[in-house]
Ligand binder design. Structure first.
Ligand SMILES: [Zn+2]
Length: 88
């Protein structure tokens, strides 16, 4: 199930933490630990994120499930409802 195009990960994460583009990647402060300098990189080509300080990593769904402390399944449900609302 592909609810989000991969490049949307930048849009999703930047609504929680500001991201700056550097080369092929985007960098921002990690929301999963007290980050003083941007340790989290976002790869829009692969649609993944990785924090080099605390090791948090995954895709857009993982990011949302960590932020909202919900399971991936719950996030899928949430996005599915959102999508259906947008399409109706
Ligand atoms: Zn981190």
């Amino acid at each position: 199930m592909d609810l989000y195009p991969k490049h949307d990960i930048v849009e999703i994460i930047s609504s929680y933490t500001p991201l700056n583009k550097k080369g092929h990647y985007y960098w921002g402060c990690c929301p999963f630990h007290t980050d003083l300098k941007p340790s989290m990189s976002v790869n829009p080509t692969k649609g993944t994120f990785k924090c080099f300080a605390c090791g948090a990593n995954g895709d857009a769904i993982t990011f949302l499930s960590k932020i909202h402390k919900k399971s991936r399944k719950e996030i899928f449900e949430m996005l599915k409802i959102q999508k259906e609302l947008e399409e109706s």
